[in-house]
Write a protein that binds this ligand. Structure first.
Ligand code: PRX
Length: 657
């Protein structure tokens, strides 16, 4: 943990922030949660608090014990049986919400569609039948690799309906990354689309699946949703590949929701850790659904009968799982799903969507906000954003400047801003304001939510009441990961060994005089690029996989727009020579191994990499070098000055062992 807390002066400036914002009287009056006593009540008996929240769900059989905690292994709501898809669909349809819109869909090319709760249930029941016909049963894991179209939540809920787990792989990942995830989860069925639209170009998802299957012999069937049609024809292999629409048109029978144990695996979601191998994070049914439903209602002040809620994340990441699919549907909300990028066909696409659907709640990442700041407010000015009443932020630290811009220009100075801290592993929001109660400060995620124990500790594990340290969680919570798929050892080691009795989040944080928490970014070898987690070691191993590379070291350097940018220091084999073309080739190679999000922004060729006496690459030094340079958007050539600089710095700094 030597490469530790961020010393970026821009981040230090957050802590001098003195502005604060109380919720308006009007917001307070109508808020779902307006009594601050909730914190105290939940604190006194957190198990009772979660029991009450769990009882908001539909259980086939009530649970008889709230928690069994054998640190670090938790079981929540023991003895209870339920079904996530029943809770998200049947329950609402049975309660008279059949004709309520569950999702408005806006495709990137401009096509529109909507689906009521009744229609969504119908589609999910049918697709569950299709999955059964392909041999899927309770306990299986289905891989889903799709664009942001309505069939994606349909596929997820159909798995949940059967008690099978889904493993959604973000559509921006490469064939090779997809294959690794299919193999680890042993998914016999893959649900995909012929392609998806991104900035007007087709992303060839089915082609990627074909490529992935070459190294994933476990796959028996592929279901293909037609999204792009003639724009990108696909090859279909007989007795393996089936069009979604063909299979659905043959369905006569409907599958009811299968009763599953509270601890039945709901999904796997792979995320980057500090090693080259992504971790399959396990989430189970009862606890996960309890906490996503509660936090979605409490943090976004969801008034399900009047709000139009838009989470602009991709369902391929945890934000989409929890706050596009499970949380909103469990609460009977109406949501918007948008397929494409914010700048297609023009840079006002988001604002036109907000105006068109009269979106009231927007949940987005700081990188998007900083990009909009760069583009300028003229794009916002073209549209009526007055329907908005609450704004959320997630995925990375939000600098006060971006927070203020969001509040003033998107929220027109009337919307509370909730900065929400959480992780794939936590499943739900853990640290965030409650918008009807909390006085917010630009750049601070404020306090742990009711019933959540979060503390900052120093290197020795002692609680810090003022100043900086490591963020830890002190109590189990219902939507906590249940482990890393097939690797309990790594689960214990990664999260529960650094500090006694505490979950180590991997983030640095500071506490101010009023107890507010300020998240400072990762303290391990995980980078956060545009709110996406990318592991330095994963990118390094993709680089050394290239035949020209002898050695590589990757660091995340601070970047004004994307939070961090990936900078790679590469030593080529002696037979190779550095050139801009070689840099491009290496970047393309990383995109092929992992996906475009992992492409280094800059590749710096060096003759040597600075190492400690024990052979560890001195990343902090490399980061200093990267941040001290004016790094353009291109590959940097072999530069004797860089090597010299690294050498000089290494000479001054040999203690990083
Ligand atoms: O470093 C923290 C950062 O994102 C990491 C979790 O990434 P992931 O599992 O991909 O989930 C992202 C969406 C929940 C955290 O360890 N992070 C997330 N939210 C915030 C944040 N950093 C600062 N402030 C936040 N609000």
């Amino acid at each position: 943990m030597t490469d530790s807390t961020n010393t970026n002066p821009a981040i230090e400036n957050y802590l001098l922030e003195e502005r604060s914002f109380e919720p308006s009287d009007q917001f307070k009056q109508n808020a779902i949660i307006k009594d601050a006593a909730i914190y105290e009540t939940a604190d006194k008996d957190y198990l009772k608090f979660w029991e009450q929240q769990a009882n908001q769900l539909h259980w086939f059989k009530p649970f008889d014990k709230v928690l069994e905690w054998n640190l670090p292994f938790a079981k929540w709501f023991l003895g209870g049986t339920l079904n996530a898809s029943y809770n998200c669909l049947d329950r609402h349809v049975n309660n008279g919400l059949k004709d309520k819109i569950a999702y408005y869909f806006e495709g990137e090319p401009g096509d529109k569609r909507s689906m009521t709760y009744g229609e969504l249930l119908d589609e999910v029941e049918k697709f569950a039948t299709v999955l059964v016909s392909l041999g899927v049963k309770k306990g299986d894991t289905v891989a889903i690799y799709m664009p942001m179209i309505l069939e994606l939540p349909v596929a997820m809920l159909a798995c949940a309906r059967l008690g099978a787990a889904h493993s959604v792989v973000f559509g921006g990942f490469s064939a090779s990354a997809l294959s690794d995830r299919i193999n680890d989860a042993e998914s016999k069925v893959v649900v995909t689309a012929d392609g998806g639209f991104r900035r007007g170009v087709v992303v060839p998802l089915k082609d990627n699946v074909d490529e992935a299957i070459k190294s994933s012999p476990v796959v028996e069937s592929v279901v293909v949703v037609k999204r792009v049609g003639d724009k990108h024809p696909v090859t279909m292999l007989e007795n393996r590949d089936y069009f979604y629409h063909d299979l659905m048109s043959q369905v006569t029978e409907r599958i009811g929701a299968v009763e599953v144990d509270s601890e039945n695996l709901l999904f796997l979601l792979y995320t980057s850790g500090t090693t080259a191998k992504p971790k399959g994070i396990m989430h189970t049914t009862g606890g996960y659904l309890t906490q996503v439903a509660f936090t979605h209602k409490a943090v976004f002040d969801l008034h399900a009968d009047s709000d139009i809620y838009w989470c602009a994340a991709d369902i391929g990441w945890v934000t989409g799982h929890s706050y596009i699919v499970y949380g909103p549907l469990a609460n009977g909300a109406t949501g918007v799903i948008y397929e494409g990028t914010p700048d297609f066909p023009d840079k006002d696409r988001w604002w036109s969507i907000i105006e068109e659907y009269k979106v009231t709640i927007l949940y987005a990442a700081p990188t998007a906000i900083r990009t909009f700041m760069k583009w300028g407010i003229e794009y916002l000015k073209k549209h009526d954003l007055s329907s908005l009443r609450l704004l959320g932020s997630v995925g990375e630290p939000i600098n006060p400047e971006a927070w203020m811009w969001y509040r003033e220009n998107v929220g027109l100075n009337k919307c509370p801003v909730v900065d929400t801290w959480w992780q794939t592993e936590t499943g739900s929001i853990m640290i965030s304001p409650l918008p009807g109660i909390t006085k917010t400060k630009p750049g601070s995620a404020t306090f742990p939510l009711p019933a959540i124990g979060a503390e900052v500790v120093d290197d020795t594990g002692k609680k810090v009441t003022l100043g900086g340290g490591y963020l830890t969680l002190t109590r189990p919570w219902p939507s906590m990961l249940r482990g890393i798929y097939k690797d309990p050892e790594r689960y214990q080691q990664t999260y529960w060994s650094r500090f006694d009795q505490r979950y180590f989040a991997g983030d640095g944080a500071k506490v101010d005089e009023e107890g507010y928490l300020w998240l400072l970014g990762r303290v391990d070898d995980v980078m956060n690029v545009s709110g996406h987690r990318v592991s330095t070691t994963e990118v390094e191993s993709a680089l050394v996989d290239h035949s020209a590379v002898a050695e590589a070291a990757v660091v995340g350097a601070n970047d004004a727009t994307t939070g961090q940018a990936i900078i790679a220091f590469v030593t080529l084999k002696s037979t190779e020579s550095a050139s801009p073309e070689k840099g491009e080739e290496l970047r393309a190679h990383v995109a092929e191994k992992i996906g475009p999000i992992a492409k280094p922004k800059v590749i710096i060729f060096t003759e040597d990499l600075p190492k400690t006496r024990s052979g560890k690459i001195m990343r902090r030094l490399l980061r200093d070098v990267a941040e001290g340079r004016n790094l353009g958007d291109t590959t940097t050539l072999a530069d004797p000055k860089v090597v010299e600089e690294i050498k000089q710095k290494a000479a001054l700094n040999t203690s990083e062992d």
